[in-house]
Design a protein around this ligand. Structure first.
Ligand code: T1G
Ligand code: NAD
Length: 679
């Protein structure tokens, strides 16, 4: 069965794509579209054409799995040019997500209709490229530069109603019988002499001259998002070409920029990240027909830093949430923070007042554990203390209905031990959210020894419903993310005794693209986490800093001093403390290049990642990349720690680790010796 079929509806040719799961514009789809346009042009009885798709969405773009392979014609630019050149008007009938090459096909059509729930966008920049089938040249001509530039540079889709508002969509139609609406629309324009041709339109393209401050203002506004990425600037250059050059030359410029980006390391890394996130959702040894456990009511234990954020994920997704605390004061504080966070987000336009009210109405605060009895899932976020956790699981086991899932948000502790405190270890797992839990996309699903397949699958399914990227981790100290964080923090501390300063170390990592370095991170989390004031004897740099009330951002000073805007400023006092300890250490003092600092901190992480793989604590290397990109801000344009290691060469990592005197993980050593990669 061809992925493209055609049928005549009177004098209109309906061209339908059926290429699940997302009608990607693979070779067969492209060839089928080209043939359909020829069929229409060859048939005098045909007055107009409608292009539509079966399944959940209109074309969601080029087939990303074809990238890097030898190209097979017709190319997408050839197909879109053929569509635009059709003498018979072509109407795109859009539902789901018209993305990338899919929107470029629609832009080449003379008219676009869409259902109200549709989304339209050019997300190529998120794959480290730019629209390569005329999108950077046609979109500004159709909607103007002011609306086209953000769509192309951010890659974020817009709603069908916004698209209609800016002239990208000609008509919004009912959700049912989209093809029928397409035929009716096509028939209504068939006899018009002239049809709009995107590539030749001039009515909108001159709204902003290419030398206008608009571009600098735009860059400033997008600075944080664009930092380190190559593609956004290329997108701006392509849009400027659309303003200054005739279409044919603008498209040539677009192809040139596309060619450079698509073969670059960043795009390879970002394509890896795209598929890595999707692979992470797959749990290899769980049968596809494993049933899901229905989840309607969720319980949260502890309304502190994490409990509140975790609750918001479920409230926002429409689940009833019961939150339990030990004391009224802590409960009131936790609920007030939830409400404040919602109001702050609403002020930024992320929620309407009605949505905030709807979410808060779903929340039931209580001091009574028994109110958790009919929950389908209970997540504990109480103190990180095993005795407290065990007590909690014993209590929950006695109260919560059979069949419910009991989960721990522990950062490091052994979930098997918690499960052993219950008579239902099969219903226990870890759900490790990251702070702030209502913002960070990552969720580590910790699979305990006895966790049942249905419990695991339900957790994975739920993570999507609350907008998280979930990764399955085994039970080990710190699971995937925190386990790899420890050797990095240790290496950072060790460098201070050899002559490096916290701000040197942090700068090497922020220049690499990390949101912050190890010492900025410590100051954020608090240097006194786990510090014992009563027994502190100035034995470590941290002891001395805490004793001097330099406990981090919360006391306005830690490794850094902080000004009123929380800007980190290197501290002479801290430099003195470090020099004293370094001198006492007897270690050779020296300066370090940024590359040396990066190797010293990141290679031990990769070594730990290899151990995690070797022990089966992660299903695949790309899961580790997904954890670090979504939980710790590792720069996505490098693909994550394991992909980055592949990029620089595992032999180089092994040599670096040996030079550091580290014990190299066997899996890593073997792969390096065989010239293999992790991914
Ligand atoms: N190519 C190949 N496979 C794709 C694909 C694509 N474009 N999009 C999705 N898939 C696979 C995905 O890997 C998964 O596979 C399954 O489809 C379901 O996806 C010239 C060059 C459309 C919003 O960047 O954003 O056009 O894991 O789990 O959550 O200018 O997929 O089941 O085996 O994500 O409902 C531009 C990418 C391409 C859009 C649906 N297009 N896709 O989300 O499902 S570059 C994109 C998405 C381009 C031209 C250039 C999302 C989605 P599997 P899913 P979803
Ligand atoms: P927190 O101290 O801010 O909050 C813990 C809350 O639990 C307190 O409000 C306390 O009153 C309440 N509590 C304690 N015992 C209780 C009990 N028996 N019944 C009901 N409530 C009880 O701590 P947090 O930072 O939210 O951490 C909670 C858990 O989440 C810990 O296991 C921690 O390791 C984990 N975690 C923390 C972070 C983070 O960045 N803070 C990130 C991920 C995971």
């Amino acid at each position: 069965m061809s992925v493209i079929t055609t049928r005549k509806d009177g004098d209109v040719l309906v061209v339908t794509s059926n290429n699940p799961p997302v009608n990607a514009l693979g070779q067969a789809v492209r060839a089928g579209l080209a043939e359909a346009i020829q069929e229409a042009s060859a048939d005098d009885a045909i007055k107009a054409v409608v292009i539509t798709c079966e399944g959940r969405t209109f074309f969601a773009g080029a087939d990303i799995t074809e990238f890097g392979k030898p190209p097979v014609g017709p190319s997408l630019p050839e197909v879109v040019d053929a569509i635009e050149a059709s003498a018979k008007p072509v109407v795109a009938a859009i539902h789901g997500t018209a993305l990338g090459g899919g929107l470029e096909v629609a832009l080449a059509c003379h008219y676009r209709i869409a259902v109200a729930s549709a989304k339209l966008g050019l997300p190529e920049v998120k794959l480290g490229i730019l629209p390569g089938a005329g999108g950077t040249q046609r979109l500004p001509r159709v909607v103007g530069v002011a609306d086209a530039l953000p769509m192309i540079v951010t890659g974020n889709p817009i709603s069908a109603s916004k698209a209609e508002g800016i002239g990208l969509v000609d008509k919004l139609v009912a959700e049912d019988d989209l093809a029928g609406s397409g035929v009716a629309f096509a028939r209504s324009v068939a006899d018009k002499g002239d049809h709009p041709v995107s590539s030749t339109r001039t009515d909108k393209i001159k709204d902003i001259p290419s030398d206008s401050d608009f571009f600098d203002e735009f860059r400033k506004a997008q600075m944080r998002r664009m930092k380190g990425f190559e593609a956004p600037e290329a997108c701006i250059e392509a849009v400027k070409a659309a303003i200054d050059l005739p279409y044919a030359e603008g498209v040539k410029k677009e192809r040139e920029l596309f060619g450079k980006l698509v073969s670059g390391t960043q795009s390879k890394a970002l394509r890896h990240v795209f598929f890595a996130e999707r692979a992470a959702a797959k749990i290899d040894d769980i049968p596809k027909d494993t049933p899901l456990i229905p989840i309607k009511k969720v319980g949260i234990l502890g309304a502190g830093t994490m409990g509140g954020g975790i609750a918001m994920n479920f409230l926002t997704a429409g689940y009833a949430v019961t939150i339990v605390e030990r004391q009224q004061e802590a409960l009131d504080r936790g609920v007030a923070i939830i409400r404040k966070n919602y109001e702050r987000s609403a002020a930024k336009g992320r929620f309407t007042e009605a949505q905030v009210k709807g979410a808060m109405d779903l929340l039931t605060p209580t001091l009574d554990y028994n109110d958790l009895a009919d929950c389908d899932l209970v997540i504990e976020a109480v103190f990180e203390n095993m005795d407290v956790k065990k007590e909690v699981f014993r209590t929950l086991d006695g109260i919560v209905k059979q069949g419910a899932i009991l989960a721990s948000n522990t950062s490091y502790l052994n979930v098997d031990e918690m499960a052993a405190e219950t008579k239902r270890p099969g219903s226990v797992l870890g759900l490790h959210f990251f702070s702030p839990a209502n913002v960070m996309r990552l969720l580590e699903i910790v699979r305990a020894e006895k966790t049942e397949p249905a419990v695991l699958k339900t957790a994975m399914d739920l993570s999507k419903k609350i907008g998280k990227v979930a990764v399955v981790a085994g039970v080990c100290f710190g699971f995937i993310g925190n386990r790899m964080l420890s050797p990095r923090q240790r290496a950072a501390q060790a460098m201070l005794l050899q002559g490096a300063m916290p701000w040197d170390v942090d700068k090497a990592l922020t220049d690499f693209g990390m949101p912050m370095g190890p010492f900025q991170m410590s100051d954020l989390a608090g240097l006194d986490l786990g510090w014992d004031k009563a027994n502190s004897k100035s034995e470590t740099i941290r002891d001395v800093l805490c004793e001097r009330d330099r406990r981090g951002q919360k006391t306005g000073k830690g490794f850094y001093d902080y000004d009123e805007n929380r800007r980190a400023i290197p501290s002479d006092e801290v430099a003195e403390v470090i020099k004293e300890f370094a001198a006492k250490s007897g270690l050779e003092q020296r300066s370090f290049s940024p590359d040396e600092i990066r190797e010293a901190l990141l290679f031990p992480m990769i070594n730990e990642g290899a151990k995690i793989l070797e022990e089966g604590m992660a299903q695949r290397a790309s899961d580790i990349d997904t954890v670090w990109i979504n939980g710790y801000g590792w720069p996505a344009y490098t693909g994550g720690p394991m992909f980055w290691a592949d990029t620089i060469g595992l032999d180089k990592v092994v040599a670096g680790l040996k030079a550091q005197g580290a014990e190299v993980c066997k899996l890593l050593e073997d792969k390096a010796a065989k010239g293999e990669t992790f991914n």
